[in-house]
Design a protein around this ligand. Structure first.
Ligand code: HEM
Length: 132
């Protein structure tokens, strides 16, 4: 008897949203908003190309894509890398508002958008280093 074996593979969010281009576009929209934000803009370097690339590569890696971020930057150590920037509830809220808008204007499915948004909320909370 011939038995056909179905191999089941769970897809990653990275694959479902369309891979690298999704994350580069997301980060592009996010930084376009940061560019006009008087509270956040001064925290970033004059040239946003480097932060843009790093955030995109980090998210690609986090959501199941290639590990180029680690190859270029080593272990993320995000909390440590954010310590030199004052991040209180106001900065967190501003950062999240831009990221929420970027996610909501993407074509991710409702459940993938929800997964991205709840991840960003938790991550942004963990990076706070000032009470106010
Ligand atoms: C909560 C508000 C946040 C603020 C104000 C903030 C601000 C910054 C700033 C100023 C940099 C440095 C950019 C540079 O000099 O190249 C940076 C880097 C970075 N941020 Fe944030 N960030 C926030 C939240 C987040 C969150 C939630 C994530 C991830 C989900 C994130 C991921 C990153 C990454 C991956 C880098 C580059 C790290 C590296 O390789 O050096 N940030 N952030």
């Amino acid at each position: 008897m011939f038995v056909q074996i179905e191999t089941e593979r769970t897809s990653t969010l990275y694959e479902r949203v369309g891979g690298d281009p999704f994350f580069f576009a997301l980060v592009e929209r996010f930084y376009a908003a940061v560019e006009d934000d008087a509270l956040l803009r001064p925290l970033y370097p004059a040239d946003l190309a480097r932060p843009r690339r790093r955030l995109a590569l980090f998210l690609i890696q986090y959501w199941g894509g290639p590990h180029t971020y680690n190859a270029e930057r080593g272990h993320p150590r995000l909390r440590m890398r954010h310590l030199r920037f004052p991040i209180g509830p106001t900065q967190r809220a501003a950062w999240l508002a831009h990221m929420r808008a970027a996610v909501e204007s993407s074509d991710a499915s409702a459940s993938d958008a929800q997964a991205l948004l709840s991840y960003f909320e938790t991550a942004a909370t963990s990076l706070m280093n000032r009470p106010a």
